[in-house]
Design a protein around this ligand. Structure first.
Ligand code: FAD
Length: 440
């Protein structure tokens, strides 16, 4: 046992909830009656998979943990930061400390669910309870079911049920700060540095964790136009829990029903992933779509990745993604559709590329978006509806402001010719989809 900490304690394990305010699991930990030791683990299973050693997300997480530490220190408390495989870390902590209970906020991704089951078994051997709280979403798992008691697989009725159920009880904040004095008073050992974990610190100018009510007023009219800076850019904060979904949902309710609808999409895809975890393991939501004979053309895929398709809206989007780790939602739809339908390349390759590049990458939303675009997902448009990337550009970037920002050589002889003819690509796609789906 750690020589300094002899008393029985409770551990609160931060994961994708990197804030002290309105944090459900931390709130329950602080009310447990035991002094609370906060913990974060840089998970080697996840970090080892990141090929870009300058990944901005590592710096984002690191900075927010340091902010948490600063605030904790002002209460004579601290945060323990570990770097390793979670099972090893928990074996060590179970031996080191006398832990009454562990609190966390539930992570609904298949990897996290499996990991937590293993940790649950490890700590149970010492008689320690492992408690998951709902924090990341307004409604989780099976909280919203259809009249038949089954999960909703279509968004509109789900969103209706969500709105009906979302009363003050679900939207009010957890007054975490009120119980902050229940933290364990101690000083943690030094945390591993970004460099020690094999990464480089990034100088990314991360988006703010606020949205102005003024911006929300124009959200409904402007959000579809990528040249306007009209969306919240809060994705990364929602991903890592540096803002509270309850606070944001209350603000949305007050100012913009359309913005609230986007937050409901987020809950929707989280419950899809929870109820149909195979979608997170590479399966099409509609299984017939796994019969499609995809083209695995490396050169074509590379052109798409590099933003060299000759379709300016697609190229602008991919270059925005490559340069700043963000892509506007409308353009995510167009680029994803272009890869899976125009190029007939397996959507899973695009999904993985976005996962590597997006600062706001979230398995549930990304998978939902990709399967929607490929036609295999929930709410998918009929397979024969294929975005025309030229028409999309004319409609959503009529002055070509977004295109010119990201593709400066557009309109000159340095810009490539379209890599595929729209009509040919459309027919090729229809043929392949029809064949797989036995459709007429
Ligand atoms: P805003 O328009 O300001 O929306 C506010 C928040 O609502 C977002 O930050 C997000 O948390 C949530 N949201 C909005 N739209 C959706 C949606 N369709 N599905 C789920 N949540 C939504 N979103 C991610 O958060 N992570 C992803 O990895 C991701 N990958 C996508 C891939 C594809 C192919 C598509 C079509 C969409 C994807 N989205 C993803 C959804 C959406 O594009 C982004 O949430 C949005 O563009 C982020 O910008 P914002 O924060 O300014 O959004």
């Amino acid at each position: 046992m750690n020589s300094k900490i002899k008393e029985k304690i409770v551990l609160f394990w931060f994961r994708r909830d990197l804030r002290l305010d309105d944090n459900a699991g931390l709130y329950y930990a602080l009310k447990s009656g035991y002094p609370v030791l906060p913990l974060f683990i840089f998970d080697k299973n996840i970090l080892d998979d990141l090929t870009n050693k300058k990944d901005d997300r590592i710096t984002f997480i690191y900075k927010h943990i340091e902010d948490i530490r600063k605030e904790l220190r002002s209460h004579d408390a601290d945060i323990l930061v570990e770097y390793g495989f979670p099972e090893d870390v928990w074996k060590k902590l179970s031996d080191q400390y006398d832990i009454a209970e562990i609190y966390t906020n539930t992570d609904y991704e298949p990897y996290a669910t499996d990991r937590d089951k293993k940790i649950f078994r490890i700590v149970k051997e010492k008689g320690t309870a492992f408690k998951g709280c709902k924090d990341q979403v307004i409604f989780e798992k099976n909280e919203i079911l259809s009249g038949q008691g089954t999960p909703y697989t279509v968004f509109t009725p789900y969103s209706r049920a969500w709105r009906e159920k979302s009363n003050e009880f679900y939207l009010s904040s957890y007054p975490t700060k009120k119980y902050i004095k229940n933290l364990l008073k101690w000083t943690a050992p030094a945390s591993p540095t970004i460099k020690e974990m094999g990464f480089e610190e990034s100088d990314y100018d991360f988006p703010s964790d606020h949205i102005q009510p003024e911006k929300l007023k124009h959200y409904a009219q402007e959000r579809d136009f990528p040249a306007e800076n009209a969306t919240s850019r809060l994705g990364v904060h929602l991903r890592f829990g540096t803002i509270s979904i309850r606070e944001l949902a209350r603000e949305a309710k007050d100012h913009s029903g359309v913005f609230l609808n986007e937050l409901i999409w987020r809950d929707f895809y989280q419950q899809i992933l929870w109820n149909f975890p195979e979608v997170g393991r590479g399966k099409a939501f509609r299984s017939a779509y796994d019969n499609i004979k995809w083209r695995y053309d490396k050169e074509d895929f590379k052109k798409w990745c590099d933003g060299q398709t000759g379709y300016p809206l697609v190229d602008a989007g991919m270059r925005q993604l490559n340069e700043i780790g963000f892509m506007h939602n409308r353009v995510r739809m167009v680029t994803a559709s272009f890869l899976s339908k125009h190029l007939l390349i397996d959507w899973r390759l695009g999904e993985a590329y976005f996962a590597e590049k997006l600062l706001d990458y979230d398995l549930a939303a990304n998978n939902g978006g990709w399967q929607w675009a490929a036609g295999s997902g929930t709410d998918a448009a009929p397979y024969f509806r294929i975005f025309n990337p030229t028409a999309q550009a004319e409609r959503f970037d009529p002055k070509q402001e977004y295109i010119k920002k990201w593709v400066p050589e557009f309109g000159t002889d340095q810009y490539p010719e379209p890599m595929v003819d729209h009509k040919m690509a459309r027919e090729r796609c229809l043929k392949a989809y029809k064949l797989a789906l036995n459709a007429d």
